[in-house]
Design a binder for this molecule. Structure first.
Ligand code: SF4
Ligand code: SF4
Ligand code: FES
Length: 480
């Protein structure tokens, strides 16, 4: 374990660390654009310069290995002067259009300009212009004038997603990031990670373009339910104090963007594009009205009707949801588990064209909590074979059940969150809340438990499954 000295303070570094890594791990900040802990070292931005004591020149910290008794200065006069000139160079041809840039508020170039430069441009020459709004893919737009050519995006597609979809063409101030002609970025299911990786506002999300300034939004911790990896994410939505009054009110309670939470045990710093598109899952038309044989009724009356069906059933079977939280599954097992034969259902199956699985994150099981559900109930449902013919009540919890499989004459209680034709066919239909309206945990395929929290309020006519099961378990004579 080499001991080095940063600004005179002793630091015990790991043997294979760079000065950058040792400094960041021990509370000393060194600025960086091109360096990233998960990517190879490119060493091209030069903002991370430090000075080795006794030398008159500066060197980059991201490519400097630690050695015993190495003494570096991160804030000497030479370092400050060099950093300032690097910032001048970075902004030489940069359009400085922060006023309309989606990255404003979380841009390293902005932050470092104020921290390490702050001076107006020295150049009197006209800026070199480059392509603006270049459609890099269906999902991503590139502004070449904002690009500082750090190559993070290119290295990501080479080293992490392995699509090799990006490269840098031409030389000098004509250099441009471009998609490789034969490897479209559209085919890379991890492409949106380059939006996070880009230290400036050169790579932006086309669906979210000009959607909301980042300071109008707040993140809520969540988990992507798109597969059994259970990537940890933040769901960004509008802050109450920045609520829109004049426009469509639904914009105050919608998902504005999704970004990864770095969890080395689950997903590292990445997520796939399906995780970015959680709005497509959660913002489908919702079922909000309880029904009995297709006729709307109050939630209390619907719960009473469902209790009656459970009381009367002789051989009830429940198909539980693999999108339910650990807490909801435990509640079902506790209060209704003995009353029903229970099978675990796959709520979602792979969609046409969807990547089934790969080495990075994507898993073949497209449900977030199958492992926890199987640990409680042991028996899975294959999604196709007939249910036992003597079943007289089927409780279906969540999506993905083919109602043609119902045994003849069996009654049904259906718990679902979304508007679907099957809702009206159930004897009793109970609308339930979705993940963004409640808190809980999922257990991923490796047994890692991740928490999610509520970001939006649920409607009064919609039940929380965890509470609902307690109400369904009360025998009817208790009310009498
Ligand atoms: S587009 Fe962004 S990530 Fe890619 S090279 Fe330019 S600045 Fe770096
Ligand atoms: S890998 Fe799975 S859990 Fe992770 S973001 Fe993609 S779909 Fe969601
Ligand atoms: S962060 Fe070291 S050269 Fe870019």
């Amino acid at each position: 374990m080499p001991r080095i000295f940063i600004n005179g303070h002793p630091v015990d570094a790991e043997r294979d660390q760079s000065v950058m890594e040792a400094a960041l791990a021990n509370g000393f900040y060194i600025p960086y654009f091109c360096w990233h802990p998960e990517l190879s070292v490119a060493g091209n931005c030069r903002i991370c310069c430090v000075q080795v004591e006794g030398r008159s020149w500066v060197e980059i910290a991201c490519n400097m290995p630690v050695t015993e008794n190495l003494r570096v200065l991160t804030d000497s006069d030479a370092v400050k002067e060099y950093r300032k000139s690097i910032m001048q160079l970075m902004t030489l041809n940069h359009p400085v259009d922060c006023g309309i840039c989606d990255k404003a508020g979380e841009c390293k170039l902005q932050d470092y300009h104020y921290r390490y430069n702050g001076a107006p441009s020295l150049s009197r020459d006209v800026k070199v212009h480059a392509t603006k709004f270049h459609p890099l893919s269906e999902r991503i737009v590139l502004d070449n004038e904002r690009c500082i050519l750090c190559s993070r995006c290119v290295r990501f597609t080479r080293e992490i997603s392995k699509s090799n979809a990006l490269g840098i063409v031409q030389r000098g101030d004509s250099s441009l990031v471009r998609a490789a002609e034969d490897r479209p970025l559209d085919a890379d299911p991890y492409s949106d990670n380059i939006i996070d990786l880009c230290p400036v506002g050169a790579l932006l999300s086309r669906p979210n373009l000009y959607g909301a300034r980042v300071w109008y939004l707040q993140p809520t911790r969540s988990v992507c339910p798109g597969c059994e990896r259970g990537c940890n994410v933040e769901i960004w939505h509008r802050k109450a104090e920045w609520k829109l009054n004049a426009l469509d009110p639904s914009r105050n309670a919608r998902i504005e963007r999704v970004t990864p939470i770095d969890n080395p045990r689950v997903n590292g710093p990445w997520i796939c594009n399906k995780g970015r598109d959680l709005a497509k899952i959660f913002e489908r038309p919702r079922a909000e009205s309880p029904m009995q044989k297709g006729k709307p009724l109050e939630l209390v009356a619907a719960i009473t009707a469902a209790r009656r069906l459970i009381d009367e059933a002789k051989r009830p079977l429940a198909l539980v949801s693999s999108w339910a939280s650990n807490e909801e599954l435990a509640a079902f097992a506790r209060v209704l588990g003995r009353r029903f034969t229970v099978r675990v259902k796959a709520d979602h199956t792979p969609q046409p064209g969807e990547r089934l699985h790969d080495e990075l994150l994507i898993r073949p099981n497209k449900n977030p909590n199958s492992r926890a559900a199987m640990a409680l109930f042991a028996q899975g449902d294959d999604g196709s074979s007939p249910l036992p013919a003597d079943t007289d009540l089927v409780l279906v919890w969540g999506e993905g059940f083919d109602f043609a499989r119902l045994p003849r004459g069996a009654r049904t209680i259906f718990l679902n969150a979304y508007l679907q034709p099957e809702n009206g066919h159930a004897d009793v239909f109970l609308p339930i809340s979705i993940q963004t309206e409640r808190s809980g945990h999922y257990t991923n395929f490796k047994g890692e438990v991740s928490a999610f929290e509520a970001c939006f309020a649920k409607k009064g006519s919609v039940a929380d499954a965890e509470t609902l099961f307690g109400e369904l378990a009360v025998p009817l004579e208790v009310d009498a």
